[in-house]
Design a protein around this ligand. Structure first.
Ligand SMILES: Nc1ncnc2c1ncn2[C@@H]1O[C@H](COP(=O)(O)OP(=O)(O)OP(=O)(O)O)[C@@H](O)[C@H]1O
Ligand SMILES: [Mg+2]
Length: 304
């Protein structure tokens, strides 16, 4: 695992007497895509705004590359690229002119070569000299990404970035995020959609009612998700008896189906055992619903 780029320690935010988020702790490593998953109103945007100091923190510490943002705000924030809510542009200027404007304000010098490189990465080369008002939502979102990335930050922070994008727009967006993280940039992304978090993150935190309740690693979840198989067989009772002999526990689903929790590499063994005993197998299906079931467990009722 890469080194820690962002560390959040005991972050809390109160507004008046109301506690909005409490004791949030997590870190995001180099090259990692980390998600904040939670329903509407859980506190995701509040956490993100507090990280980038768009709102004050009531308590807690935010470190970027090991430096406390309240000790060196300018230095640390120059290592952050963010899209929070909708990116804002000068609509009557071209994408390129918007990017130039942003580059001029940057603390780090940004070459024209770097600008061309990022424009190409977000696939806007053909449209970059058109006025932004002619851009589709997906193109504006990609220009936002270019703006957030042009100064080569250590971490990219995105609050619900695919809201409003169509499936193709979402897929293109995910591809860019993957490329960016593969080059070592850390990414923090919030969403209320399980499917989005599932497709894009390496690890994610579940945020519920202002608290971080779990941190999960996607590969662990996927392994668990694939460990349940549904078998359709000619004789359920006989199948259960045979599987018990080889130490595989099976549960009856109905008079033709049973469910087994096994590793993928045990599947052939289970099939062979049934076949040599002349049981017919009509289907073996990996239970794709398991990830959602797992979330249901994690969120104790599945409000997501
Ligand atoms: N300045 C504020 N004053 C009072 N309440 C606030 C303030 N800011 C946020 N809240 C409340 O805190 C809760 C968390 O809001 P937040 O916007 O962080 O949630 P979210 O997880 O981003 O939700 P969504 O998925 O809808 O974007 C909400 O109930 C919101 O109404
Ligand atoms: Mg929000």
């Amino acid at each position: 695992m890469g080194k820690s780029v962002l560390q959040i320690k005991n972050l809390s935010k109160n507004v008046g007497k109301k506690s909005i988020v409490r004791n949030i702790n997590f870190e995001v490593n180099q090259g990692e895509v980390f998600g904040l998953l939670g329903p509407n109103g859980a506190g995701k945007t509040t956490i993100i705004r507090a990280i980038v100091s768009l709102i004050s923190r009531s308590s807690g510490t935010v470190l970027i590359n090991g430096t406390d943002v309240s000790v060196d705000f300018k230095g640390t924030i120059s290592e952050v690229g963010a899209i929070i809510e909708n990116p804002e542009f000068y609509m009557y200027m071209s994408g390129w002119a918007n990017l130039q404007q942003f580059a001029r304000m940057s603390r780090k010098p940004i070459s024209e070569e770097r600008m061309n490189e990022i424009v190409s990465r977000v696939k806007l080369t053909d449209a970059i000299h058109q006025k932004v008002k002619t851009y589709s939502l997906g193109m504006r979102q990609r220009l936002g990404l270019a703006q957030a990335l042009v100064h080569q930050p250590s971490i990219l922070i995105l609050d619900e970035p695919t809201n409003g994008l169509d499936p193709q727009g979402m897929a293109e967006f995910r591809e860019i995020i993957r490329e960016v993280s593969a080059q070592g940039t850390a990414v923090l992304i919030s969403s209320h959609l399980l499917s989005e978090i599932q497709q894009i993150t390496d690890r994610f935190a579940i945020i519920e009612k202002g608290e971080l309740t779990h941190i999960e690693t996607m590969s662990d979840i996927m392994n668990e998700a694939h460990a349940k198989y549904l078998l359709k067989v000619s004789d359920v009772d006989e199948a259960i008896r045979l599987l018990a002999v080889i130490g595989v526990e099976a549960n009856v689903v109905d008079d033709r189906h049973l469910e087994v929790s096994i590793l993928e590499e045990q599947v052939p063994m289970v099939i062979k055992e049934l076949m040599v005993n002349e049981l017919d197998i009509f289907a073996v299906t990996a239970k794709i619903g398991s990830l959602e079931e797992r979330f249901f467990e994690l969120t104790e009722g599945g409000s997501l």
